[in-house]
Design a protein around this ligand. Structure first.
Ligand code: HEM
Length: 356
């Protein structure tokens, strides 16, 4: 399904406080959305000029060779990688979430997760299995060759994630650009929700970032792709454990027990987060059908289908693929704009893993 710029505009206006000028203001940031058509492929063909900040097509005409299309270059690189290894999709999605959600109320999507170093974010426990760093480095190197010092690493993550979502069968939405890269990255700032918390705590964590419970459920629907390691669900399998889940689907339990035998805590085995095999690598609503049938993998995923605060949303999303696509597009736009740096804030890194 193609979610056009105009459609997103209508969608955004329907759920956030909006002030019209040259663009759209959400949470203090200006979004200059296309005024005329989107060329039929989700790419803006025209948009209004506006103040510095996030905007659609921020990089148009900014490279020394003004014809260089930054977003197309990122898209081609993602397409090539996706053909070789479709797991770049879950890798980027998770990286995007962990980058945006990481700081305790300071900065969000600022590529701070990419910084190398023993005490940087990427070495925090919650980030140890985040993947895709080499890919972002490769995209950055290609962009530096064409357009040195112009494109932020934070925007590379955002555009690459958006492209990967579409390649995985998800919505085709318009992502704004103009993010800048953060100047700090500390493992002590990493405060991501644990998969073992109850739904109420997860709702609070998302509310603290201005996402409501429905948006949280939609975003957790990104667990429609990718995998989890045994350590995150093994305790639900065996009945001598506090976290034993007696209601787990019996066939799923058998299958997971083979992958994660009792006591194999150091197991590197993984299970698909969406246990519907034809759809485990697709961005679709099948994850919601699975958790409704007690076939969730992470404790938090399964809890969404059982908690009275979220079960109705899970049911709705499981029944309507297009509603999921539409809501995912708007939740991703909001996530990818979370506490971004723009204008003269931060920097444009030369190498994504190092401050300048
Ligand atoms: C309460 C919120 C969330 C919790 C507790 C959570 C937790 C987890 C855990 C424990 C894993 C497995 C990691 C591993 O075994 O290596 C995982 C994987 C993943 N998460 Fe989440 N997550 C949350 C929200 C999100 C959101 C909002 C997104 C995307 C916007 C997301 C995208 C992913 C993806 C795509 C994977 C698979 C990664 C891969 O295959 O490499 N998660 N998550």
């Amino acid at each position: 399904m193609v979610v056009t710029a105009e459609f997103i505009l209508i969608l955004i206006t329907s759920y956030v406080g909006v002030s019209w000028g040259f663009g759209l203001e959400i949470g203090g940031f200006n979004f200059n959305l296309p005024l005329i058509g989107d060329g039929g492929n989700g790419s803006p063909s025209s948009y209004a000029p506006g103040p510095p900040g996030l905007q659609v097509g921020f990089y148009e005409g900014r490279c020394p060779d003004r014809t260089v299309d930054v977003e197309a270059l990122v898209a081609t690189t993602v397409q090539e990688q996706f053909r070789k290894d479709p797991t770049i999709l879950p890798a980027l999605l998770r990286m995007q979430f962990h980058d945006c959600f990481v700081h305790v109320g300071i900065y969000g999507c600022d590529a701070s997760i990419l910084i190398a170093g023993t005490s940087s974010e990427k070495n925090a426990g919650a980030n140890l299995s985040v993947r895709g760093y080499e890919f972002i480095d490769a995209v950055k190197a290609a962009l530096e060759a064409e357009c040195p010092g112009i494109v932020s690493c934070a925007d590379i993550i955002a555009v690459a994630t958006k492209v990967a979502i579409k390649l995985g069968g998800g919505p085709d939405y318009v992502v704004q650009t103009g993010r800048r890269d953060g100047l700090t990255s500390s493992m002590d700032d990493v405060d991501l929700p644990s998969p073992f918390i109850p739904v109420s705590q997860s709702i609070s964590a998302f509310r603290a970032k201005n996402f409501n419970a429905e948006e949280m459920v939609v975003l957790l629907g990104c667990h429609t792709v990718g995998v989890a390691h045994c350590e995150f669900f093994q305790d639900r399998l065996y009945n001598d454990n506090d976290q034993f889940d007696p209601n787990m689907d019996a066939n799923l339990r058998k299958h997971l027990m083979l992958a994660c035998p009792r006591g194999s805590s150091a197991s590197n085995s993984v299970a698909f987060l969406d246990q519907n095999p034809p759809s485990s690598n697709k961005v679709d609503n099948s994850f919601f059908g699975q958790i409704k049938r007690n076939r969730g993998i992470l404790p938090i995923d399964q809890a969404l289908a059982r908690d009275p605060n979220t079960s109705a949303t899970v049911k709705q999303l499981s029944l309507d693929a297009s509603i999921f696509n539409i809501k995912l597009a708007s939740a991703m736009i909001k996530l990818q704009a979370l506490d971004v740096l723009t204008g003269t804030q931060g920097e444009i890194r030369k190498v994504c893993s190092k401050f300048n």
